[in-house]
Design a protein around this ligand. Structure first.
Ligand SMILES: NCCC[C@H](NC(=O)CCC(=O)O)C(=O)O
Length: 447
């Protein structure tokens, strides 16, 4: 049977803005309060999806969330009509309003952790939405994420959905941004590498001092249990606390893997040699495991953060060769573009580099890899996916027209208080659920 990896990219929502909400994420803080372009952001994302589709990849779309989140504002004590709730929040708690307007669900690498059927105890694909507890604006995502994933992967014969982990920092879970699956082939049992930032129940262990470690070991272990993974095929690695303190808020800012390639920075991990040996042992001998380590002397951690060299997608093309999907920021950096030009000449499976402009997302700290959620599927499982969410030429033009119809060219901080924005967002999403055949996944549709 044919197996492959499908990428589900987050469609950028109509309220995309720069609110400086993510302490520890350098780009988010440095672009705080700049004006944004939701229309351009959505189109940049769609162009990347279409480009991957055109490269012969299976590409899907993950719908955005309803923002502003007036339900959360009501839980926080703001009352009246929806317009009054927004007006009161704008006046009394502008920082809270900014948070409930975030379009952060676009970074679907944080939507969930997914284990393909070859790895799980019951031969189903398992999904656990990430609770994203560390940031208030992101903690609003998991319930709707779970509903959207269920509307995309409906068939219980093939897909098992779990509830997100308990909403507490002890089980802080940032999803697939901290999860990498290595395997000799997509249909073969792989090694699932879970990367965490700190130990929740042991304060003697290393932890960052300046910026938060969002993801705990205990969350990783819980997801591995829920998905029925065998201990012999799981590796837990701690992220180097010093790099978290420099702004590496997720592992996918400093490492990325695909099949038999792990591409990472010299400073990415604690106890690196031992952990890489464990990974090599658990990976087995079916294929050669390529551990591509980037040295400080080639690319510094700060250059990696600035360019998002590791927030690239490493994909296997239909030809079997691998390509790196990189943001144009990598092309603009001499150190990084020359590193990549040399890399594709070496003896690794990575043979191509493609650059795409996702600047609207990059300014909030989200590169190509943040924008996608990977799901390894068999042909039969793919047949069971809601077909309306899969990218093709028609869906690409339908979604571009939909963006043109509903999205603003520009949003600044003051616009978030405009009650019209809620109406615009709801009519856009209502139409989107019809385009993507999702049913009533949003709270405003549930009456
Ligand atoms: N995987 C990339 C995630 C980026 C995301 N940025 C944000 O939420 C910034 C939002 C703002 O500041 O407006 C985060 O830090 O979780």
């Amino acid at each position: 049977m044919n197996f492959f990896e499908a990428n589900f990219d987050g469609l950028v929502g109509p309220t995309h803005n720069y609110a400086g909400l993510s302490v520890g994420n350098v780009a988010s803080l440095s672009n705080a309060k700049n004006s944004s372009s939701p229309r351009q952001a959505a189109k940049q994302g769609l162009s990347k999806m279409k480009a991957l589709h055109d490269l012969g990849m299976v590409q899907g779309v993950l719908a955005p969330q309803e923002r502003p989140d007036v339900y959360t504002l009501r839980r926080l004590g703001f009352t009246g009509t929806d317009a009054q709730v927004i007006a009161k929040a704008a006046k009394q708690a502008p920082a809270v309003l900014r948070a409930v307007c975030s379009a952060s669900s676009m970074w679907t690498a944080n939507a969930a952790t997914i284990s393909p059927s070859a790895d799980t105890h019951d031969g189903k694909v398992h999904f656990t939405p990430a609770n994203l507890t560390n940031k208030f604006h992101r903690s609003l995502e998991p319930v709707t994420t779970g509903r959207i994933l269920q509307a995309m992967f409906r068939d219980p014969e093939h897909f098992a959905h779990h509830t997100h982990l308990p909403d507490n920092d002890h089980f802080g879970d940032e999803g697939a941004a901290n999860h990498t699956r290595l395997c000799s082939a997509y249909g073969k049992r792989g090694v699932e590498l879970f990367v965490f930032g700190r130990y929740a129940f042991d304060s003697n262990q290393p932890a960052p001092k300046r910026f938060p470690a969002r993801h705990t070991l205990e969350a990783c272990e819980a997801v591995a249990r829920l998905h029925g993974l065998s201990g012999e095929h799981v590796v837990y690695m701690q992220q180097n606390p010093d790099v978290i303190d420099q702004g590496v808020f997720h592992n996918d800012v400093i490492a990325v893997g695909n099949q038999n390639v792990l591409f990472y920075h010299q400073q990415a991990f604690v106890d690196k040699q031992n952990k890489l040996s464990e990974l090599q042992r658990k990976f087995g001998n079916d294929a050669e495991l390529h551990l591509i380590e980037v040295k400080d002397s080639d690319v510094s951690v700060s250059e990696a953060i600035k360019t998002y060299l590791f927030n690239t997608q490493v994909i296997t093309l239909p030809s079997g060769e691998m390509a790196i999907i990189a943001p144009t920021e990598c092309q603009e950096s001499h150190a990084v573009s020359s590193y990549l030009a040399a890399l594709v000449q070496q003896h690794t499976p990575i043979r191509h580099v493609h650059y795409y402009d996702v600047k609207q997302s990059m300014r909030n700290g989200g590169g190509p890899a943040c924008l996608r959620l990977r799901v390894a599927l068999s042909e039969q499982e793919k047949q069971a996916v809601n077909p309306n969410v899969l990218m093709n030429d028609t869906l690409f033009s339908t979604l571009n027209q939909w963006v043109d119809k509903h999205y603003r060219d520009e949003i600044s901080e003051a616009d978030l208080a405009d009650p019209q924005l809620l109406d615009e967002s709801r009519s856009a999403l209502d139409e989107l659920t019809r385009i993507l055949g999702l049913g009533s996944v949003y709270q405003f549709q549930q009456g």
